[in-house]
Design a protein around this ligand. Structure first.
Ligand code: NAD
Ligand code: DAU
Length: 341
């Protein structure tokens, strides 16, 4: 099977590519990625290139998208996005371009090339925020996005829905909770806390720290997407959640404990504007219909993920210093000529 992965140089996309090449010996994967600040080819270093290749490009550029689609694909998995809520608050424009227009370009290309399936990787943030007493979001919960990021993802979901209903483009939307695991850009909470704590730097906790997130190991998310590709129904939406709800402050304290660091590193800072209080996902549809279950609960997997960041200090230090851009500048210009913008 030929699979086009967009955004495959980012956190989840790179884990997904590694997962697919390991588990499916007959899959050939092309990674189409713009290499924004979040794209890091080092995430894919050492990968066997017999069934993998990289194409640099922007999902919002119809010419580049047409060129890559002309290679012919059965399945497209769209991870490409601006993904960080805080950045969307500072500057929403790139979120609208990539997450909304980019999705429209991909849907159009999927339509004209007749792909068998397009998986639109969405997020639980499209549902908005829950109070502690409320039941988890189901696929039928109303969309109520609160950040520019979440609004852009909800808009993309609406496009996917419309392209299915109008043109019968075979699209499936997945809405997953917060991921953690190797190769996560250290602007996100868990890798930020781990890498700051290792360096004895202050750890910023927004507001009162009592916001709740449901955390899933990235490999469980990757397996869920693979299950959707293999057994999902076009036009359907699947929530993906691990049922591991934790308050931010408790998670931060647990990481500090596991690293043997002092809680005095914690600094409560101003809250994120529009900060969603709680996310919780009802994943019973994907469990029931596709037989997927999460296997790496936070309590068991967190020590191993912390160990990964400890063992891969060079990786995150190059990201934090900006030197990772030199890495892919070198790889990029050696292989394909030219440099980055
Ligand atoms: P990330 O920021 O780590 O990676 C995004 C990737 O997309 C990068 O490689 C970047 O270079 C690429 N990209 C950005 N704009 C592009 C464009 N215009 N064209 C081509 N490539 C482009 O993101 P992530 O955390 O891996 O998230 C991947 C997807 O999963 C996103 O769609 C996100 O909304 C969704 N998601 C993430 C989480 C999470 O916890 N991280 C949870 C649920 C859903
Ligand atoms: O729920 C899925 C979403 O999870 C994805 O769609 C997003 O792409 C992904 O970034 C993530 O969004 P969050 O906003 O939940 O993740 P983040 O890691 O930015 O923050 C997690 C929680 O920690 C949130 O309540 C804000 C808080 N936080 C975050 C940072 C970066 C802090 O308290 N301090 C921080 O420095």
């Amino acid at each position: 099977m030929r699979v086009l992965v967009t955004g495959g140089a980012g956190f989840i996309g790179s884990n997904f590519i590694r997962y697919c090449l390991r588990v499916y010996p007959d899959w050939y994967v092309v990674n189409f990625d713009k290499l924004t600040y979040a794209g890091n080819l080092e995430n894919l270093a050492g990968i066997d290139e017999g069934r993998y290749s990289f194409v640099r490009g922007d999902i919002a550029d119809p010419v580049a998208v047409e060129a890559v689609f002309s290679q012919g694909f059965d399945v497209v998995v769209n991870f490409a996005a601006e993904s960080h809520v805080d950045r969307s608050i500072l500057d929403p424009a790139p979120f609208m371009r990539t997450n909304v227009l980019g999705t429209q370009v991909l849907l159009d290309a999927a339509r004209s090339h007749g792909v068998v399936l397009l998986v639109q990787v969405s997020t639980d943030e499209v549902y908005g925020s829950l109070e502690e007493c409320e039941p988890p979001f189901t696929e039928d919960s109303p969309l109520a996005p609160n950040s520019p990021y979440a609004a852009s993802k909800a808009a993309a979901d609406m496009l996917a829905r419309a392209w299915w209903n109008t043109y019968r483009v075979p699209v499936i939307i997945t809405r997953c909770c917060n991921n953690f695991g190797p190769y996560q850009f250290p602007e996100k909470l868990i890798p930020l806390v781990i890498t700051n704590a290792i360096q004895d730097l202050p750890i910023p906790v927004y507001g009162d720290g009592r916001n709740i997130r449901d955390w899933i190991h990235v490999e469980d998310h990757c397996r869920a997407i693979a299950a959707v590709i293999e057994r999902g129904s076009p036009g359907e939406i699947y929530n993906i959640g691990a049922g591991c709800e934790v308050r931010n402050i408790d998670l931060v304290r647990r990481i500090l404990l596991l690293l043997g660091k002092s809680e005095s590193l914690i600094q409560f800072v101003s809250d994120r504007p529009g900060h969603d209080r709680r996310y919780a996902i009802d994943a019973s549809r994907i469990r029931r219909e596709l037989g997927w279950v999460p296997t790496r609960p936070l309590a068991e997997a967190l020590p191993e993920v912390i160990d990964w960041y400890v063992a891969n200090e060079g990786w995150w230090r190059r990201v934090r210093s900006g030197a990772y851009r030199d890495y892919y500048e070198a790889v990029y210009s050696r292989r394909w000529g030219g440099g980055l913008e």
